[in-house]
Design a binder for this molecule. Structure first.
Ligand code: S3P
Ligand code: PEP
Length: 436
């Protein structure tokens, strides 16, 4: 299985990586790579569209390369040679043959590609990294069976046998573990004979902005989506118009960079911050302001200036759980207590993030309590030590944020950031005037 961007093109960092320390206020302007969520949606929509299209300034990272490879194996042509990726959609009539899809550790590949595989012809077997076999996908696979697709299995490894057409119809899923269950069924649903009508039944769906992103992008492709009622999304059958997308910078990956301003009392600007966006990372503006930062958006981008004393916060991060690792790192460095709640679902992310954050922050001296759905942190002096990342890019982000403020933090496998950010270590070290 191909895995070209596991380490990115940059020289491998020392492992464990001595996280560079901010010796004073960091003053920097950064240009971030494109959004993973936007790139992988744009690729899926291009693969089921009615003509060729271009994904401009696509993110080139492990997750997006795996998505491009997966769609290619289903019969789409994805030319990733330049910054703008050119996609020719898959031809349902042309047998893809029996192929294998590597999901790596990408939730978007494991959940968004099986509904597309039903539209190809042939047996498509899915597998991924060891931890990926533990991440939930059974609700999506059960829904696909209800919609008329032959699927064997309830977790990785599983097989989808596509026949080139899917009946579609109504399904009920419990998406309380991941919003991606809903997005997955909506993205390809217009191409099903009866479209798809998805209802959620269960505890509240997390990460709703990501479903809004899916719906907004479907509408850009001319797909009719009814999301007027809570917990119900209905996609009318019809063509998915080919549309070129320009990918915004990844605002969730902005978290560690803006956090650097917060912990060093410096000023960091992230260029090209969109004035309007469906990205969950936009919530960083409010979160950092609540922690005492000065946050301004101008034509130059989003600028954050850190306070003299970082304030703790009491926040429900249910909608923006992917920000939790970086925010937890900031809370551990704050001068007042914090409570992060509503994020039980992040136990099903790249690792059990609540357990991982409690363990790693605790190991460096943080006063942290792990709850079933969150973390409580009280001010405590932190010290250096090894920070394990559990193959989780956002655990690495949290580790380097702590390491910017505390001497002697050694971040294991910082290269795991290649999941969504090529050469993260190089970009981070450059801000702190250090070679990798
Ligand atoms: O659809 C997407 O692109 C994503 C949805 C969210 O997943 P969950 O709903 O599982 O939290 C988010 O955390 C993930 O990083 C990306
Ligand atoms: C949860 C995440 O990723 P995935 O798309 O693999 O679910 C994440 O990037 O924080």
């Amino acid at each position: 299985m191909t895995d070209p961007d596991r380490r990115g093109p940059a020289p491998a960092a020392e492992d464990p990586w001595p996280a560079p320390r901010a010796r004073g206020p960091v003053e920097a302007t950064v240009t971030l790579p494109g959004s993973k969520s936007l790139t992988n949606r744009a690729l899926v929509l291009a693969a089921v569209a009615d003509g060729p299209s271009v994904v401009r300034r696509a993110l080139r990272s492990r997750d997006t390369s795996l998505m491009a490879a997966a769609l290619t194996s289903l019969g789409a042509v994805v030319d990733t040679s330049g910054d703008d990726w050119r996609v020719t959609p898959l031809d349902a009539a042309a047998p893809a043959g029996d192929v294998a899809v590597d999901c790596g550790l990408a939730g978007t590949v494991m959940r968004f590609v099986p509904p597309v595989a039903g539209l190809a012809t042939g047996a498509v077997s899915f597998d991924g990294d060891p931890h990926m076999r533990k991440r939930p996908v059974g609700e999506v696979l059960g829904a696909l069976r209800t919609l008329g697709i032959d699927v064997t299995g309830d977790a990785l490894p599983f097989t989808v046998r596509g026949t080139g057409s899917v009946a579609g119809g109504t399904v009920v899923v419990d998406a309380s573990q991941s919003s991606q269950f809903i997005s997955a069924l909506l993205l390809a649903g217009a191409r099903y004979e009866r479209g798809v009508d998805v209802r959620h039944d269960g505890q509240p769906v997390p990460s709703l902005p990501h479903i809004d992103m899916t719906v907004a992008m479907l509408r850009q492709h001319g797909v009719v989506v009814d999301d007027a009622d809570a917990n119900r999304w209905s996609v009318a059958p019809g063509p998915v118009r080919a549309v070129d997308h320009l990918i915004e910078p990844d605002l969730s990956n902005a978290a560690p960079f803006l956090a650097l301003a917060a912990v060093s009392g410096g000023t960091v600007t992230v260029r090209d911050w969109p004035a309007a966006t469906t990205q969950a990372g936009d919530a960083l503006r409010g979160i950092l302001a609540a922690m005492g930062c000065m946050v301004t958006r101008t034509d130059a981008g989003l600028t954050v200036t850190g306070p003299d004393e970082l304030q703790g916060v009491d926040l429900d991060l249910h909608d923006v759980g992917e920000l939790a690792p970086a925010v937890a790192a900031l809370c551990a460095l704050a001068t007042t207590p914090s409570h992060l709640r509503g994020i039980a679902h992040i136990r099903g992310h790249e690792t059990d993030r609540l357990a991982a954050l409690a363990t790693e922050l605790g190991r460096l001296g943080a006063d942290v309590t792990e709850h079933p759905d969150g973390l409580e942190l009280r001010p405590a002096p932190l010290h250096g030590g090894v920070w394990s990342t559990y193959a989780d890019h956002r655990m690495a982000h949290a580790g380097v944020v702590v390491g910017a403020a505390v001497d002697g933090v050694l971040v294991e496998d910082v290269a795991t950031t290649g999941k969504t950010f090529p050469d993260f270590a190089g970009s981070w070290a450059a801000l702190l005037d250090r070679d990798v």
